[in-house]
Write a protein that binds this ligand. Structure first.
Ligand code: OAD
Length: 233
């Protein structure tokens, strides 16, 4: 790998949090914590059974306090602190392990477990506890809150900022994602089209593996610290 990169975009997925103890999405039997994705991760699922969906995300939110960032999150936080060029960590994850590790130049394109979205006024607010009792929105006090998660069929957050960063990137790194969900799965092609060097760090080859210049296979807790050491020289 050459060494004179300036602007980096890093895409992370569930694989980076797996060794912290959070389940990936497309694991055994294609179930997410025992549920089919369409039963808990679509607007239609919320309309059909709001209690099931609230309970599901309440449990995921509660689980956050039982896990810690791992060596891969720590390494990316170190890269963020020490990298002099532009850097953007785009996570598809709804956990808070990147920020708890200390990363600052990052965004959650698929929403956050510790955020709630008002069904009336559309404001986003911090939430630490459960939403199962449908507490009122702290902004408008009128309407109820739903999990601030980008469900299938909804638009991811901050796509313009991501596109701008991809346009300037000369290094694109994808970590712990299966490449099954668009638009994130298409970032490698956008980055490559604009001339960025593309590296994949994953346990298994992702669906878009052929688009990467380099693929390193193994656990994120080993691959990511080694890769960051290389970058920081
Ligand atoms: P997936 O569950 O689809 O993929 C996880 C990837 O991580 C797989 O390719 C695994 O091989 C890899 N992996 C597992 N353990 C690993 C480890 N210890 N080290 C490195 N890699 C490891 O998860 P995502 O690609 O993140 O969307 O899924 C994308 C989106 O689909 C999610 O953000 C979610 C889901 O539906 C929403 O909730 C909107």
């Amino acid at each position: 790998m050459k060494q004179d990169f300036e602007n980096i975009v890093i895409l992370t997925g569930a694989g980076i949090s797996a060794e912290s103890g959070l389940a990936t999405f497309r694991g055994a039997e294609g179930l997410w914590e025992g549920h089919r994705v369409e039963d808990v991760a679509t607007p239609g699922a919320f309309v059909a059974d709001p209690h099931l969906v609230q309970r599901f995300y309440d449990a995921r939110r509660a689980a956050l306090s039982t896990v810690e960032p791992n060596a891969a999150h720590d390494a990316l936080a170190r890269l963020d602190a020490e990298w002099r060029g532009e850097l953007l960590i785009v996570t598809q994850n709804v956990d808070d392990l990147h920020e708890r590790a200390g990363a600052k130049r990052m965004l959650h394109m698929h929403g956050e477990l510790r955020s709630a979205l008002c069904l009336g006024c559309g404001e986003r607010s911090r939430v630490e506890g459960d939403l199962i009792e449908f507490p009122p929105c702290p902004e408008c006090a009128q309407q109820m809150l739903r999990p601030d998660i980008v469900w299938f069929g909804e638009l991811p957050y901050e796509m313009e900022r991501i596109e701008q960063a991809l346009m300037r990137a000369d290094l694109f790194v994808s970590i712990g994602t299966s490449g099954a969900v668009y638009p994130a799965a298409g970032f490698v092609q956008s980055a490559k089209y604009r001339g960025a060097y593309c590296v994949e760090l994953n346990l298994d080859p992702s669906q878009g593996s052929i688009f990467f210049d380099e693929s390193r296979m193994g656990p994120a807790s080993e691959l990511v610290p080694a890769f960051v050491d290389e970058l920081l020289g």
